[in-house]
Design a protein around this ligand. Structure first.
Ligand code: HEM
Length: 453
């Protein structure tokens, strides 16, 4: 047994029932409560049973851990106690098998090493060019609409971006089928029904995956040779220092997974940013000033200037703090461990809550206030526990696309804010649904008002 903290060890293996907690309703357990109000549920259970408690949701018992030390234990996982593959499998394995999050330890390291080639500076510059190409038209469409719901609009923009940046499809080519297939897969992954019975979302998702496999497979031979600047082409050609490349099936699995990992997360985080900028016009003006101060040629944001958008980055980080798109991270223990005075058995599903950590008054002063300066050196960024802010996870499975996410958020802002003011109705607030991914329940009605130049 790995001793992470001292605990009395009875003379038998640990059992999940040793952990304080409850099982909820028969069969469904706490699933519905958790889907409806995961944060409230977490606070109630924590108050009743302490920071480590047992519950039952999505047809399995699970142990919840709270606080930055618990986040560090699970994410950094120095002793390789936790399987990401077995933690995520019940939720996403059927539709997104063999993605990076569904691999562990040595195998995971080897695949991540090859994939890293597709996220180096050269390829990233290519993705940024594609984003810069596509953005003005899309933003102008928002401007023409004037008032609209932001969440569905950014979802559509994200899908169109993904066709170009991820798949290298030119506008007008076969991207409707692809967009639908990808959307069906993500919706299915979020549904409660996990069996592909005809008529269910899961059935649609399974069909969509078949479509995507055939679609990508056909393109691989050409993409292995091409000079394309999209992520798919980069993945087809990525190799480690020994020249090891992905097989065709590995490319397909990683590609589908990457798309899923990027899509709703960027959509969700940019939605929060737009909401907070609408509610905080002073911050909106600060970001606009910062972007205008770059003196961009034709409005295009070059790679070399990304780092100059310091306030924009703080504002994006603060949005990710308030509404982390991935609200919780699950793992399965591969051996018994001890933590916080409890023995956690082998093969237990263990989870940490990103959202509870990010909204904790013990860590953040006035957590419901939008205050991007928390991320400045003088605002505490250097002194805070390094696992107090974990929107991208941490350790071996830390998000491979985090720089891509910053880049996309900045490029959207760079094309939007100089031309339009984001306005919300007086006194408007929205409510965010947390599970499975954070999004505004009402779609976030906004007005984009043209700025006279
Ligand atoms: C704001 C946007 C994003 C957020 C909040 C986010 C969040 C996360 C989190 C929390 C994890 C770790 C999960 C775990 O440890 O179990 C993760 C992993 C991952 N993300 Fe992201 N992500 C974002 C954008 C992206 C983008 C744009 C891409 C691809 C271009 C991407 C690709 C991945 C991949 C492949 C993994 C798995 C890494 C591994 O297992 O080694 N993500 N992401």
């Amino acid at each position: 047994m790995t001793a992470t903290s001292k605990v009395a060890v009875p003379n038998r293996p640990a059992h999940i029932k040793d952990i304080p907690g409850e099982s909820g309703w028969p069969i469904l357990g706490h699933t519905l409560t958790m889907l409806k109000d995961p944060e409230g549920f977490h606070q109630r259970m924590k108050a009743k049973y302490g920071p480590i408690y047992r519950s039952n949701a999505f047809f399995q018992n699970q142990i919840s851990l709270s606080g930055p030390e618990a986040n560090e234990l699970l994410l950094l996982d120095k002793e390789q106690n936790f399987s990401s593959e077995k933690g995520w499998a019940p939720y996403i394995e059927r539709l997104f098998p063999r993605g990076l999050m569904l691999m562990d330890f040595d195998e995971h390291k080897a695949h991540r090493h090859i994939m890293a080639a597709a996220f180096k500076t050269g390829p990233m510059k290519g993705y940024l060019e594609r984003l810069n190409d596509a953005m003005p038209d899309r933003i102008a469409q928002w401007g023409k609409q004037g008032s609209f719901k932001f969440y569905p609009a950014i979802k559509k923009l994200s899908l169109d971006m993904a066709s170009s940046v991820f798949l290298g499809l030119e506008p007008g080519t076969e991207n409707k089928g692809v967009n639908k297939a990808l959307t069906d897969m993500v919706s299915a992954a979020m549904g409660i029904v996990r069996v592909p019975i005809p008529g269910t979302m899961m059935h649609k998702g399974v069909q969509a995956r078949k479509f995507m496999i055939a679609f990508l497979k056909k393109l691989i031979p050409e993409r292995r040779q091409s000079s394309g600047t999209d992520l798919f082409t980069q993945l087809c050609q990525a190799q480690d220092e020994n020249g090891k490349k992905f097989t065709d099936q590995e490319i397909i699995d990683h590609m589908i997974f990457l798309w899923m990992a990027a899509h709703d997360t960027i959509t969700s985080s940019v939605t929060t940013l737009v909401y907070e900028l609408g509610r905080n016009p002073i911050w909106q003006q600060k970001l606009r000033g910062e972007i205008n101060g770059l003196g961009l040629n034709d409005g295009r944001l070059p790679y070399e200037l990304l780092n100059k958008l310091t306030l924009t980055e703080y504002a994006f980080k603060e949005s990710l703090r308030m509404n982390p798109p991935v609200p919780a991270v699950p793992r399965k223990t591969v051996r018994e461990i001890a933590f916080g005075g409890h023995r956690i058995p082998k093969d237990a599903i263990v989870g940490i809550s990103t959202v509870a950590t990010h909204r904790s008054g013990d860590i953040w002063e006035n957590p419901s206030k939008f205050d991007p300066m928390r991320f400045s050196p003088e605002g505490g960024a250097k002194t805070r526990h390094r696992f107090a802010w974990i929107p991208f996870g941490g350790g071996a499975h830390m998000c491979v696309g985090l720089h891509f996410a910053y880049m996309q958020a900045k490029v959207i802002m760079a094309h939007l804010l100089p031309h339009y003011s984001i306005e919300l109705e007086d006194g408007y607030t929205t409510e965010f649904q947390i599970m499975p991914l954070i999004r505004p329940k009402d779609g976030l009605p906004v007005t984009m008002k043209a700025i006279d130049t």
